[in-house]
Design a protein around this ligand. Structure first.
Ligand code: CTP
Length: 447
């Protein structure tokens, strides 16, 4: 499901869809259709190998344009197509991207139309890898992906699941609607000058902060956790993941390396981030602890279940006549508090921020949480207010920083992306020296 497909806003946006040779090439058809539905004009380029999986004619018929495979082909109407093509588009998407094309991009090899286009392009590039799990997890591929990230390329992490080679693991092309949403997110973040002047708060929608999070490694939790009762039932909540994904999008746009540990979400993640999926509070805690030592900023935006069933029944609980059923719950671990208490926090200068979702006495509860959990920043929101909280694109929050505990700063109703930028501004204020920490590309972990 693609959230942001108002075709007016993307009308006339020119997208190059580059298809390389993998079994997932057929999914590029849905990517093409999704982009067209949003109003984009799509031109397709293919590698020779891709043509063995899907005929160029299919893309030609659907895109209504010549499909570029070879600059030098007799039927190519433009003899220097890799230059004209690459420099006349607003966005380049490579989906599926094989290990081979990723390696070529990472090393500047330009031996065919798509790789030459990549080198000649000014437009942002989204790469959606798809390959066998062993190839995806090979150190060479991880190194190449890390290099592409460092070059500013948006990577859409492949999914975990059953592969065409009958194995189960990471490497499946992300779903077409995820790729389309990522493309629309990148296109929306390219602002025209008219949008600058009309924005009531340019600093939060525009990236006028520049890349002030370059070198930061931002870790974010988002979405709802699911606590199993039996194989078919669980305890959860209404969180959509919007706020955490907006923070991820904003931090990525400001130059951070972003990892999101996401529970159950109902909106697509932004492009360019590393996504780790979990279900329960326990899994989220483990995933966070694996990442925390190499993070410089932690933001807990997840709606973590505070309690879980004390036992998970191995079989479906059967109805027992008219008798009531009692579930015994036990507390889950507080992930935010355990990050704040992590022994590496002082050494790493880790900034720790959390949310306080309240229905009454907002500031008092938020202040208590900030002190009790030993946070640098708490973002308080009264979820009963119109336009705030779950399942809205907007939010109304109050920022409470550890050094201004008596001076809460209430922000007006604004989009979650704008709110995210204000939160990042506050994190920067709390720790201005937290910049340009260079990290070795080699430490990119395996998913
Ligand atoms: N949080 C967490 N792990 C938990 C519970 C909460 O990391 N097990 C984080 C949330 O992501 C949020 C913050 O703690 O950033 C506060 O969550 P909230 O639900 O508002 O408060 P609680 O601490 O759970 O307290 P209460 O439910 O009593 O208000």
């Amino acid at each position: 499901m693609v959230g942001n497909t108002n075709s007016d806003s993307f009308a006339g946006k020119r997208v190059a869809l580059c298809v390389s040779g993998g079994i997932a090439a057929y999914k590029a058809i849905d990517v093409l259709r999704g982009l067209q539905k949003a109003g984009c004009v799509v031109r397709v380029a293919m590698t020779r190998r891709a043509c063995e999986f899907v005929q160029p004619l299919t893309f030609r018929a659907l895109s209504d344009h010549h499909v570029l495979v070879d600059d030098y082909a007799a039927d190519n109407p433009d003899p220097i197509a890799h230059i004209t093509f690459s420099q006349s588009v607003d966005l380049i998407i490579v989906a599926p991207a094989t290990a081979n094309i990723i390696a070529k991009f990472a090393n500047g090899i330009a031996d065919d139309f798509i790789t030459s286009t990549y080198l000649a392009a000014f437009a942002p590039v989204i790469v959606a890898p798809a390959m066998n799990t062993a190839m995806w997890e090979h150190p060479a591929t991880l190194r190449n992906i890390a290099r592409l990230r460092a070059d500013g390329i948006h990577i859409i992490e492949p999914e975990h699941g059953r592969m065409a080679c009958h194995t189960i693991g990471a490497g499946r092309l992300a779903e077409p609607d995820v790729i389309v949403q990522a493309a629309l997110d990148v296109l929306s973040s390219q602002h025209s000058p008219s949008q600058v002047s009309s924005s009531p708060n340019p600093s939060s929608t525009m990236n006028i902060n520049g890349f002030d999070f370059t070198g930061e490694r931002v870790l974010i939790t988002t979405g709802a956790t699911r606590e199993a009762i039996d194989p078919v039932r669980f305890i959860s909540n209404h969180s959509s993941g919007r706020m955490g994904f907006a923070l991820a999008q904003a931090a990525h746009a400001r130059g951070a390396h972003v990892t999101v540990i996401a529970g159950i979400t109902s909106v697509a993640p932004p492009a360019g981030i590393r996504l780790v999926r979990v279900a329960s509070a326990d899994e989220m805690h483990h995933a966070v602890m694996k990442e925390i030592e190499r993070s410089t900023v932690f933001i807990a935006a997840a709606a973590v279940a505070d309690y879980r069933p004390r036992e998970r029944h191995a079989h479906k609980i059967k109805k027992n006549g008219d008798r009531s059923l009692t579930l015994h719950l036990e507390p889950t671990i507080d992930i935010l508090a355990s990050v704040a208490a992590h022994p590496s926090r002082p050494t790493n200068d880790l900034i720790v921020a959390g949310f306080a979702a309240e229905t009454s006495d907002l500031i008092r509860h938020a202040r208590t949480k900030l002190e009790k959990k030993n946070l640098d920043l708490i973002i308080a929101n009264d979820v009963t207010r119109e336009g705030a909280g779950f399942n809205h694109d907007t939010n109304i929050v109050t920022l409470l920083a550890r050094d201004r505990i008596d001076a809460p700063r209430e922000l007006p109703l604004m989009s979650k992306l704008e709110t995210a930028h204000r939160i990042l501004d506050e994190i920067k204020r709390l720790h201005p020296s937290h910049t340009h920490i260079e990290h070795d590309l080699g430490i990119e972990s395996r998913l």
